[in-house]
Write a protein that binds this ligand. Structure first.
Ligand code: ZN
Ligand code: ZN
Length: 382
């Protein structure tokens, strides 16, 4: 048995190397290669190229038929790092601003520990997933036969969470993160001279009205008991002071925790657009994309995770879901499991996820490894 404390120093070095060499979604070739090498060194069977750059390490022991999947995401963000740390990104405009470098190191540590641990039977699948940041790497791995090739009775994922103090682990049954949808609405007029507006439907004025009406949907059509967000974030159109543009595009995002609320918002957007078309004599086209569903924890798996978490840290029932989203949601649609927040806050107002000054807190690495290991032991019954 390898003591987890003995694994930490080399894993911190490994994590910082991954941090210094970040890779965007589906381009995690170096990262996946380094993980595969380290897993093989630990004596773990590795299959690469699942759903693009994804890989799975399999540790099988004895004849216990129970199986568990533990997942880490590997990709970085298209952000310029501003930390000035010695292990700062060597790639302009690319940076581990969501701590996935830490996720990789913790799951690798759990694999190294369990591989050296004679004290369990069953199968643990270590799932290293590409492209969490908006590109749906989880969906690609599932479409590539992830759960047929590597059966998992249960799946778990950890995400480092700066808003929760280091040493605390939190999760909850049911929704833990929102569904993320994006929309783009093309408003098409004719285009013409700004001095002769009577000859041209005004796509700019239609866009202005549309933005205001979209912002009434949550306030007027969604019950106060349901949480939802609609934000208009983009308006594109026009290039000259004396031209009424032929087309303006309005875009934004919708976040929800309940599919019925999600349906109602999309329906209302369609109705608002019809009204805009009529009143401003423009044509409108809606592109509505539900790119990540809500992340819904299985109730039993989440309560199990809380009892396991209490063995390795302070465990806390999260009072409410976060409005952010996650493609682990696809894995939870396919298999029962839970998404778990690993507190990593330093108590000094340190930067949030996706901030250019953010860095994974290496002090919580041992806790994350212990949690992965304890989740595997708990489910496998060993
Ligand atoms: Zn992120
Ligand atoms: Zn993340």
């Amino acid at each position: 048995m390898t003591d987890i404390e003995d694994l930490i120093a080399p894993l911190v070095t490994f994590r910082r190397d991954i941090h210094a060499h970040p890779e965007l979604g589906f381009k995690e070739h170096r990262t996946a290669g380094r993980i595969a090498e380290a897993l093989r060194e630990a004596g773990i069977e590795v299959t690469e190229g699942i759903g693009g750059t994804g890989l799975v390490g399999v540790l099988r022991r004895g004849d216990n038929p129970r199986t568990v999947g533990l997942r880490a995401d590997m990709d970085a963000l298209p952000i310029e790092e501003r930390t000035n740390l010695p292990w700062t990104s060597t790639k302009p405009g690319c940076f581990h601003g969501c701590g996935h470098d830490g996720h990789v190191a913790m799951l690798l540590g759990a694999a190294q520990h369990l591989a050296a641990d004679p004290d369990f039977t069953g199968t643990v699948n270590f799932i290293f997933q590409p492209a969490e940041e908006g590109l749906g790497g989880a969906r690609h791995m599932i479409a590539d036969g992830l759960f047929e090739r590597f059966p998992c009775d249960r799946v778990y994922a950890l995400h480092n969470w700066p808003g929760i103090p280091a040493g605390t682990i939190a999760t909850r049954p049911g929704a833990i993160m929102g569904a993320a949808d994006k929309f783009a609405i093309r408003i098409m007029g004719k285009g013409g001279h700004a001095a002769i507006p009577q000859d041209t439907p005004d796509a700019v004025l239609a866009a202005a009205s549309l933005v205001q009406q979209l912002n009434t949907i949550i306030a007027r059509n969604i019950p106060a008991s349901a949480a939802a967000v609609l934000s208009v974030t983009e308006i594109h159109g026009g290039h000259a002071h004396n031209v009424i543009p032929a087309e303006v595009t309005v875009g934004g995002t919708v976040r929800t925790f309940d599919p019925a609320v999600q349906d109602r918002i999309e329906e209302r957007i369609e109705q608002v657009i019809k009204g805009i078309s009529t009143s401003f004599e423009v044509e409108c086209a809606l592109d509505y994309d539900r790119y990540y569903p809500a992340t819904i924890n299985d109730a039993d798996a989440a309560m199990d995770a809380l009892s396991v978490a209490a063995q390795v840290a302070k465990a806390k029932l999260a009072p409410e879901p976060a409005p952010t989203s996650e493609d682990f949601s696809y894995m939870l649609q396919a298999r029962p499991g839970a998404y778990i927040w690993l507190g990593q806050g330093r108590g000094d107002g340190s930067p949030p996820l996706h901030n250019p000054h953010y860095d994974f807190n290496d002090d919580v690495m041992a806790t994350g490894i212990r949690l992965h290991v304890a989740l595997a032991h708990h489910w496998l019954g060993a």
